[in-house]
Design a protein around this ligand. Sequence first.
Ligand code: ARG
Ligand code: ZN
Length: 869
Amino acid sequence: MKNSSAPITKYRKDYQPSNFLISETHLTFILNEQETLVKSRLLLRRNPKADLEAKSIQFDGENLTLQSILWNGEALSADEYKVTDEGLELTKVADEFELVTVCKILPQDNSSLEGLYKSGDKFCTQCEAEGFRKITYYLDRPDVLSRFYVRIEADKSRYPLLLSNGNPVASGDMDDNRHFVEWQDPFLKPCYLFALVAGDLDLLEDQFITKSGRTVKLQLYVDKGKLDQSDFAMQSLINAMKWDEQRFNLEYDLDLYMIVAVSDFNMGAMENKGLNIFNTKYVLANPQTATDQDFEGIESVIGHEYFHNWTGNRVTCRDWFQLSLKEGLTVFRDQVFTEDMRSKAVKRIDDVKVIRSHQFAEDAGPLAHPIRPDEYIEMNNFYTVTVYNKGAEIIRMIHTLLGEQAFQRGMALYFERHDGQAVTCDDFVSAMADASDIDLSQFKHWYSQAGTPQVSINYQYHKDEGRMTLIVKQSNQHPSSKQPFLIPLKLGLVGRSGKPQSFSLEKQDNKVTETLIHITDSSQVIELYKVDESSVPSLFRDFSAPVKFDVNYTHDDLAFLFAYDENTFTRWDAGQQLMEQCIVSGNDALMSNIAEAFKQILNDSTLDNAFKARALVIPDLKTLFESHSSKGVDFLIERRRSLKDFLAKSLEQDWLKQYQSLHQLSDKSLDQDSIARRSIKNLALSYLVCASDEHAELLKQQFSQAQLMTEEISALSIAAHEQVRPAQSMLDDFYKKWHQEPLVMDKWLSVQSTIDSDNVFEVIERLKQDPVFSLKNPNKVRSLYSAFAGLNFAQFHRKDGKGYRLIADTVFELDSINAQIAANLSKQFSGAAKLDKQRQKQVAAELKKIKNKPNLSKDVFEVVSKTLE
Ligand code: ARG
Ligand code: ZN
């Protein structure tokens, strides 16, 4: 982008089909250390469904040096094409023609990690969303589907492996110790799904037999020496393939599935057809290097990328405004995969936490957008928790409204209609509506309106009539949200005995213990009949809609639900609400009630440990601040601290008992029970150490004897965060032991950057200079700086503005290295409007400095200017 021209906003309403299509794409890559040549031969034809009179074509291209160009084999005159900063304009066209270009690119200097670049000593690519234009001139848009033929040439010793999409069809030696491999992908695909890898890697191989009996070869490529961290990812892939056949009736469609792990990667992973490229974080793991949570993350991302093969690749997006078509749906699929592989109820709680702490904040801030955005400057800025996670909630609501069977009919119809096409969110919803008898027209507001609906519910029990009335009101602050939403409300009643209380919806109906109500109006009354005893309504069970809700519950109601609700989500949520009220009200008496409830749950041996480990966690500051910013940063920090202290000290003996009874370092199993035991045990340890330094001895022991990373890092991070004396020597020991494992060092960095201590700034400055750190590596930036801004609430929001300055300076420095990561980091300021005036001023001053940077990327420009508005 030229700094002279203002960045251009693109609008969804401006969509036009491409005037030309690309029947065949033939690419030859001549890879070298100094420069890479990309020869492209495109067979173009007019799009019968677009402007048949079009007299020119605009090809996208960035940072390319055009070496030669041929039109149907002949040279073009200077007035027949024009090279600009954004691409190549061709003013000579025909109904069908061939265009050959040769471009020079410099992958070794490409620190944006988009297009073709080098990670360590291998070449790799990342093309979504608009990275292919950094490889060659092309129609870089998802609705142009082409057949790809790829030839890769490189030095044979350095790059024995040359990979691309589809199947290898030829290979051979060349002069000068070089060789080539040719690949063909039988499926039409948009260029964002193109991939290339060249390097020298270790290989783990396996196979999968599909339900129709085809054998698929599975290949997992990792850096040399990392095979001992590869088994779990392979097993996850096999599980994902099996699960998608069983639950969605979807089978893999090529003979080969490859995954390559690279350490320099902007996101989690990428679903390139037949050749996924992954961040090492989501591949490499063994119990010594990775935590229980890391394993779950790997399983879900491996699943996610695999599931994209149908929801994303076979059916793709018409334009990038439709991103949630594939991402919301695929996140939903990966969430359900994890629910089926692990615990459904617990996974739901974990997913809701992400919505409440991150997505609600995004929806309430300057970067709020509908799951299907209407405009963007830089598409990379829209790979958001709204498009992904709220998008998944929207799909989940469709699933809730239709039920599993009708939902699966809708999926089948969607594929029947659209296999091989690039389509829109509307197409998806139509398939779902047509396959069921549910009218989804009002439901579609979820696609076009931003902001989080606020639902207020007032319940009242009329004893003499055995009737419960719920008055439900919905509202939404966001200016785009003028129409009421269709909100599925799943509810039940908990009777005074703690047992489910049945009810009926009409006076004559049979009784049920749970129901799904469609909230459609801004104000609506629900009557429940035949309610025999005074009961407490349990509302939004399983978090049936991504809304904020408040109910006229008393503290006793909440404590009651926390003790008895049969629905795991609402039970957990009641505890969270109780703690939230205790924190924001300043009501100290409530602390004892909470401690009492904690004690009961802690000592209830019938309860799942995984549930306990979530129920006994105090809501984090980000979540608290999101709903209660008016209380002020300092008040919330202080109140949360005293609640934690109180729960730690008043239950000290219970925590200790819990810790001692569950502490079995010999248990190295990764099954659900063992994971759950470790999580409640380590939570107990953190309360214990908070209660008294005396328990630091337990920490040291656990740390030095640990055989699992979960045990080791839990002890380390508790020591560091509770700031007990042995912390520094533990950090040093950990470094000595692990400094050669980059993924483990990521943990070491973030443990330190999230310590709530005044000297964290010196620590971060020192860590920035450490050889394990590099600003060029996104995992490192996330571990040190995003962790600081996102998780070290107190220090990031320091009164003196030091926290804001640290992040702003980093964004500034990072902008010229990797704009995408810089823009991501700059989103940490998007909550500024909720801060007090003094802090707002400090943030604004930092943002203005960034905005004035010469040659500021459009990525950061978009975030910063919207935040300043
Ligand atoms: N499609 C990838 C995934 O969700 C992520 C691509 C992200 N791209 C980006 N430019 N941020 O699996
Ligand atoms: Zn995805």
